[in-house]
Write a protein of this length. Structure first.
Length: 219
């Protein structure tokens, strides 16, 4: 099997789904149903993801892999995939589990997308949706600067000049999105706190101000 074909099994949406299923098996872990809803919400919230691999394609790929693995002559799969599938499916046969996932995703694709109040954001969702805020952690809690505002100003200028158009403007968009999605301290703590413990409304506003000042003075 070539590396390209093997990537169907050990990378992309199949790997993510199996990893989420495995995490749901651990003691105290989230339910598999909730993780699948979050997976679907992530794709449906992203025009780029929906364009590249819509949920209908994900469920069709799961059905196809189920048929292949359940056939009389199943394909060779990358090392470790069978074990990962067994860990994810537990007492259910691997091909049947893939069919189950396909059906659940297909069903969720027809449902109204839950907001973050009815289904709080998981840590992996926050890391995926707000990567630049998370990367800004160094400037907030590294302790390198005695003055907090000085650290934020340094962070806002850290990508100058060439990275401002993409990285800093992207960070500003993430900050504004987080403040709009989570308008109260409790909702912000529940949404971003799982992945970015220092995130609070005053700090996010302070970073946003530092970026706007930098843009005004330097661009």
């Amino acid at each position: 099997m070539t590396a390209y074909t093997g990537a169907v099994f050990n990378n992309g949406s199949i790997r993510r789904l199996l990893d989420l299923a495995i995490d749901s098996r651990r003691t105290g872990g989230p339910s598999l149903e909730d993780e699948l809803v979050r997976f679907c919400r992530t794709i449906r919230n992203s025009p780029e993801a929906e364009w590249a691999i819509p949920l209908a394609t994900v469920s069709a790929l799961l059905d196809l892999l189920s048929e292949m693995l359940g056939s009389e002559n199943p394909p060779n799969v990358p090392a470790g995939f069978e074990q990962k599938l067994n860990d994810a499916s537990a007492e259910i046969a691997g091909p049947d589990f893939l069919t189950l996932l396909a059906g659940l995703i297909r069903m969720q694709d027809q449902e109204a997308m839950p907001n973050f109040e009815s289904l709080p954001m998981a840590a992996w969702e926050a890391r995926l949706m707000f990567p630049r805020i998370r990367q800004f952690s160094y400037w907030v809690d590294s302790g390198e600067y005695d003055d907090f505002e000085e650290g934020l100003r340094a962070g806002a200028a850290s990508e100058h000049p060439h990275g401002c158009h993409q990285e800093m403007s992207g960070l500003a968009a993430e900050l504004q999105k987080a403040l709009l999605l989570f308008p109260t301290p409790d909702s912000l703590r529940a949404g971003l706190g799982v992945a970015i413990p220092w995130a609070s409304e005053p700090i996010l506003h302070a970073i946003l101000r530092a970026i706007h000042i930098h843009f005004t003075e330097q661009h």
